[in-house]
Design a protein around this ligand. Structure first.
Ligand code: FEO
Length: 170
């Protein structure tokens, strides 16, 4: 039986992952409006990843016979201050998500819930990758410094991103 404090934290994280998905979809829309379909594609894949994270939490809760409670998702930003600003906000958001995951782990440790600790480990590792990916893109964007050819090439590169569903065994 899953303890209430862990279940509450899990349900809060389903909401947080859903918010993340919605945030990145909003960023995709922003890039589409700028005519940057590769950047938009990258953000749409990010949306898919975050949705998959929400499902991963969902499956874990139901798998332990817990009740999933889906709460309202907060309004996400719809206006951004240019190409670089979007990725700066993405990095800030992922650092925040890392703190949420660390907090989840702390809740599981305090509750002596070893199964949840084991489950959260996947997300601890995932956040390292998430932050590293965004930092790399941001560093390149800063190097390009708004130069047209560089943006064009980066748009092409970002259009190649492929979604790999973490809920499907390979
Ligand atoms: Fe669900 Fe971007 O972490």
């Amino acid at each position: 039986m899953i303890k209430k404090e862990v279940l509450d934290a899990l349900n809060a994280q389903i909401n947080a992952e859903s918010y993340s998905a919605y945030l990145y979809l909003s960023m995709a829309a922003y890039y589409e409006n700028l005519g940057l379909s590769g950047f938009a594609h990258w953000m749409k894949v990010q949306y898919q990843e975050e949705s998959a994270h929400a499902i991963k939490f969902f499956n874990y809760v139901t798998g332990r016979n817990g009740k999933v409670i889906l709460k309202a998702i907060d309004q996400v930003p719809v206006d951004f201050d240019g190409i670089v600003d979007v990725f700066e906000k993405t990095l800030i958001h992922e650092i925040y998500v890392t703190s949420l995951i660390n907090n989840l782990m702390n809740v599981a440790i305090a509750a002596s819930d070893h199964a949840s600790q084991s489950f959260f480990k996947w997300f601890v590792d995932e956040q390292v990758e998430e932050e590293a990916n965004v930092e790399k893109i941001l560093a390149t964007l800063k190097l390009i410094n708004g130069e047209g050819n560089g943006i064009f090439m980066m748009d092409r590169e970002l259009s190649q991103r492929i979604f790999v569903d973490p809920n499907v065994a390979v």
